[in-house]
Ligand binder design. Structure first.
Ligand SMILES: Nc1ncnc2c1ncn2[C@@H]1O[C@H](COP(=O)(O)OP(=O)(O)OP(=O)(O)O)[C@@H](O)[C@H]1O
Ligand SMILES: [Mg+2]
Length: 518
């Protein structure tokens, strides 16, 4: 891998990169940075957690003149949390150069944002809804924008932001430099690319498997009503440093986070119905480790980078393979390992196999953890904590009493009592969650784009004309209109698909759930 010195960057930008602790560039950075520095339009695809933010951030910061007092660059992101995070990384990269950037997203006081805009930021990082709001109020002008970046472009399309993005881009001069980035690139992205990019270069570093390689992937087959108990055992057994648990709906997330709290876990929920203040507070607590478990809807599936996330659990199966790839990609980032567990009810097994085929990765089956394994896991944590104290010699003031006790009692009995006291006892609180309908593959057609595709297209994660839906009734999850066309690839097994069709049709877009007031 190249070091950052080899890109011909300004010293102040290099210094920022060094301060951030980056030594070598990642594969996507190595490919994308030189092209972006030349001003080429790009479609950049690389696995989750491999540094796509800096792949566009570094050339952007390098290019902008500090003397500039207009908005010259615009980065669009699908969620508020991601806009905040990307803004932080851009801020770090531009620190020594003195570049001014500003996140603009829904839920934050608009008057405050208007005040911040008066400080003349050169880069705006925003979610489409709030950006349009500012554009309409004339508090943001895009006439001087030279660079546009769409992070998680495919998700923004999926959420129904196409019109908003179109309206925004119409206001940006045509001579602009445009780049799209995501770990997944379904075929409908091509339409967006054709419309908004000029002879884009496809920069893809996706090897055979789309999901990040450092993530161990498992699934557990269970009944819906067993999920919560199995989750508690799993968390006890695995003892994650930090974990993200994905639920299908907002109600699910609320119930699950409450249930975990009742059982004594330090968990909180994140979804689009919380106030921005609450969302910020939850993310802050998760990032600083004051809670260990974040329970979330897909609002946390894309782009979020929290170091220390060792585990992802799909408490409910995700709607589609892209969502699976992004959810599990919250762990196994920046060269670290991670583990992803997916709960699957028997009726959802087809859906799981579908995800396996499209991500070209076999997810290993695991039995449900036993109570004994859960108990062992909890003891192990206690023992590790004790050994840490021993190794760091941090318990000197307790030694006198220890010696006295050891003269009178058996050492094993004493240590066992100490372990018992320190081990988090499971609170036997009864917990009931509203069951979710199983997720089923609704309709499958043969792979209509399995032939005549460009040779490199196999590296793009894409879908057949599939619709995913749940059963009927109840409060159903938002659904994506499965009107994407195109295929996975010739080897993707499209023709082997069973042509069953299930369920009823529904076409509410994801936006109806988590992304209003974006
Ligand atoms: N060259 C590098 N060396 C070391 N760490 C890096 C490097 N580039 C980026 N990182 C770190 O890797 C982590 C993941 O980066 P980033 O969030 O940009 O990934 P991503 O590819 O955008 O993932 P996702 O698809 O989930 O959005 C971040 O913590 C980032 O600071
Ligand atoms: Mg990213």
């Amino acid at each position: 891998m190249k070091t950052f010195n080899e890109f011909g960057l300004e010293p102040k930008v290099l210094r920022a990169i060094t301060e951030m602790g980056f030594e070598e560039s990642t594969p996507i950075q190595e490919k994308a940075i030189p092209l972006a520095l030349e001003g080429k339009d790009l479609i950049g695809q690389a696995q989750t957690g491999t540094g796509k933010t800096a792949a566009f951030g570094v050339p952007l910061i390098n290019k902008i003149q500090v003397s500039e007092d207009r908005i010259v660059a615009l980065i669009m992101c699908p969620t508020r949390e991601l806009a905040i995070q990307v803004a932080e990384e851009i801020e770090k990269l531009g620190r020594f150069k003195g570049i001014r950037s500003l996140p603009i997203y829904g839920g934050q006081d608009i008057v405050k944002q208007i005040r911040a805009l008066k400080r003349r930021p050169q880069i705006i990082i925003g979610t489409p809804g709030r950006l349009l709001d500012h554009i309409n109020r004339k508090t943001i002008k895009l006439d001087d924008v030279q660079t546009v970046i769409l992070d998680e472009a495919d998700e923004m399309l999926d959420m129904g932001f196409m019109d908003d993005i179109q309206s925004i881009l119409k206001l940006v001069p045509e001579t602009r430099h445009t780049m799209l980035f995501s770990a997944t690139m379904p075929p409908n992205i091509q339409k967006l690319a054709q419309q908004f990019l000029k002879n884009p270069e496809h920069v893809s570093v996706i090897p055979k498997q789309v999901s990040a390689p450092l993530i161990q992937q498992f699934y557990i087959e269970l009944q819906e009503k067993q999920k919560f108990e199995v989750l508690c055992r799993l968390v006890d057994m695995e003892a994650p440093e930090l974990a993200i648990i994905f639920g299908r709906t907002k109600r699910r997330v609320d119930e699950l986070s409450e249930a975990l709290q009742k059982r004594g876990y330090s968990a909180e929920g994140l979804h689009g119905d919380l106030s921005q203040h609450q969302r910020d507070a939850v993310m802050r607590k998760f990032r600083d480790g004051s809670i260990d478990v974040l329970v979330a809807t897909d609002v946390a599936a894309r782009g979020l980078d929290v170091s220390g996330v060792t585990h992802v659990v799909n408490f409910d199966l995700p709607q589609d393979p892209e969502s699976y790839v992004h959810r599990i990609g919250r762990t196994g980032r920046a060269g670290k390992e991670g583990t992803a567990w997916t709960f699957v009810t028997p009726r959802e097994m087809d859906h799981l196999h579908f995800i396996e085929r499209l991500t070209r990765h076999r997810i290993a089956r695991k039995p449900m953890p036993s109570t004994a394994e859960a108990f062992e896991g909890k003891q192990r944590i206690t023992a590790e904590k004790i050994l840490d104290i021993v190794q760091n010699d941090e318990a000197n003031e307790y030694k006198g009493l220890s010696i006295q006790l050891l003269e009178q009692y058996d050492s094993v009995a004493l240590l066992s009592a100490a372990l018992k006291l320190l081990t988090r006892e499971s609170k036997e609180v009864n917990v009931e969650l509203t069951p979710e309908d199983p997720l089923r593959v609704k309709k499958r057609r043969p792979d209509i784009r399995s032939s005549g595709r460009k040779p490199n297209s196999s590296s793009y994660m894409s879908k057949r004309t599939d619709r995913f839906g749940g059963g009927s009734g109840g409060s159903r999850p938002p659904r994506r209109e499965g009107s994407r066309d195109g295929g996975w690839d010739n080897r993707g097994g499209g023709s082997r698909d069973r042509g069953r069709s299930y369920g009823s049709s529904s076409s509410s877009s994801k936006r109806s759930d988590d992304y209003v007031n974006n």
